[in-house]
Ligand binder design. Structure first.
Ligand code: FES
Ligand SMILES: [Fe+2]
Length: 350
C-alpha cells in the first residue's frame, strides 16, 4: 500500500522507548526502537542484513545493537561497526536503514521518508500536551484491525457520537448541532457547535456549575497523514470559551499495515487538576469508548470490505457529515501522488 512517507508519525509513547530494544511495525516496516546511553531515542530497520534475524532480539553494547544470532554490531546510524568473524572485515552492504526521530508532546515521532526533509517544525501543534500548568492529561494506546483511513473517517465524522456513544450523546439528539467544515492549507476542520444544550455525561465529569445547560463544541482538526486534534469543551451559555471546561484530545494514528492501525490518544482537561481519582475515571471512560464502541464497528467495517482498503472505491452512500473525511482523503491522496511522482522523476544533475 502507498503511504505518505515524508511526514511525521507517532512511533511510540515516550515512556515505551527504553534502553531495551523493542519492535514495532510502522507502514509495514519492522522497526527496532531503543534509547542510547544519553537517553536519545534511536530507530533502525529491524532486520539484520546477514540472516535477517530481528535486531530487536539482540542486546545493547553501549550505544550499539548486537545481533543475537551471529554478533554483528550496528551503531545508531545503522552502520555495522563490528564483525566478529574471520578476517573481521565489514562488508559494505552490512548496514540497515536508520530513521529520524523527534521527541515531543510525550511521544517519539518517526519520519519514514527522506531523512534530509525531517523537519521537527512540521509536527502539528498539540500545545495542551506541553501546558502542564493549565491541563492534566491521561493517555492510552490501542490497535484497530482496520485501515487507518476508516479511523480517520470515524474521528472526522462525529455525527456517530449520538448513536454509538451514550456517554457523549445529548438528549437533543443529532439535529441540535450546527456543523461547519473548512480547509486551511492541508488541514481539514470539522466543527460541531451546540448552543444552549443539555450536558452529556462526559461534560458532567468536569462541570461544577448548577446550570443544566451549556454551549458545547466538538471541533476536530485533521492534518496529514493521520493526526487529529480534538477541541472539545463546554461553557456557560453565552460565556467565552476561555472561561469554560476545555477537554482537548490528541488522536494520533499510525498505520501498521493496510489492515491494522496504531492508535495513540491523549485526553486533557483544564478542571480538577489535582484529582487523581478523576484520572482513573477519565482513562477508563475514554478507553472503554474507543475499545468497546469505536473499535468493534470499525473492525466490522473492514471485515465487510475484505481486502479493499479504499472505502470510496466501493461507492458508499455519502451523507453530509462525510464531507471532511472525503476532503482529508483527497488531500492525503494528492500528497501521496506528488511524493510518488517526485521520487519517480530522476533528479537533474547540477
Ligand atoms: S543474523 Fe545477524 S549476525 Fe547473523
Ligand atoms: Fe467514536
Amino acid at each position: 500500500m502507498n503511504y505518505l512517507r515524508n511526514a511525521w508519525y507517532v512511533a511510540a509513547a515516550a515512556a515505551e522507548v527504553v534502553r531495551e530494544p523493542f519492535r514495532r511495525i510502522i507502514l509495514e516496516e519492522p522497526i527496532v526502537l531503543y534509547r542510547l546511553e544519553s537517553g536519545e531515542p534511536a530507530a533502525l530497520f529491524d532486520r539484520c542484513p546477514h540472516r535477517f534475524a530481528p535486531l530487536s532480539r539482540g542486546r545493547q553494547i553501549g550505544d550499539d545493537l548486537q545481533c543475537i544470532y551471529h554478533g554483528l554490531r550496528f551503531d545508531k546510524a545503522g552502520v555495522c561497526v563490528l564483525n566478529p568473524h574471520g578476517s573481521k572485515s565489514i562488508p559494505q552492504t552490512a548496514r540497515v536503514k536508520s530513521y529520524p526521530l523527534y521527541e515531543k508532546y510525550g511521544y517519539v515521532w518517526i519520519w519514514p521518508g527522506d531523512p534530509a526533509r525531517a523537519d521537527p517544525s512540521l509536527i502539528p501543534e498539540f500545545d495542551f500536551l506541553e501546558d502542564k500548568k493549565s491541563f492534566r492529561t491521561v493517555s492510552g494506546y490501542l490497535t484497530i484491525d482496520a485501515n487507518y483511513q476508516l479511523v480517520v473517517d470515524n474521528l472526522l465524522d462525529l455525527s456517530h457520537v449520538e448513536f454509538l456513544h451514550p456517554m457523549f450523546a445529548r438528549k437533543e439528539g443529532v439535529d441540535s448541532h450546527r456543523t461547519e467544515f473548512s480547509q486551511e492549507g492541508n488541514a481539514i476542520y470539522s466543527r460541531r457547535l451546540k448552543s444552549n444544550s443539555s450536558l452529556n455525561d462526559f461534560a458532567r465529569l468536569f462541570w461544577t456549575s448548577p446550570s443544566e445547560k451549556g454551549d458545547g463544541r466538538a471541533n476536530m482538526r485533521w492534518t496529514p497523514p493521520s493526526l487529529l486534534y480534538f477541541d472539545l469543551g463546554v461553557t456557560e451559555v453565552g460565556a467565552p470559551v476561555a472561561e469554560g471546561v476545555c477537554t482537548p484530545a490528541a488522536h494520533l494514528l499510525t498505520p501498521e499495515t493496510p489492515y491494522r492501525t496504531h492508535y495513540f490518544w491523549s485526553q486533557g482537561r483544564n478542571r480538577k487538576l489535582d484529582d487523581e481519582k478523576l484520572d482513573e475515571i477519565l482513562h477508563n471512560s475514554v478507553h472503554r469508548v474507543f475499545t468497546y464502541e469505536d473499535k468493534p464497528i470499525i473492525e466490522a467495517q473492514q471485515e465487510e470490505m475484505g481486502e479493499q482498503t479504499d472505502l470510496i472505491a466501493m461507492r458508499p452512500v455519502l451523507l453530509e457529515p462525510d464531507i471532511p473525511g472525503i476532503r482529508a482523503r483527497r488531500v492525503l491522496g494528492q500528497l501521496i501522488d506528488e511524493e510518488e511522482q517526485a521520487s519517480a522523476t530522476p533528479r537533474k544533475s547540477a
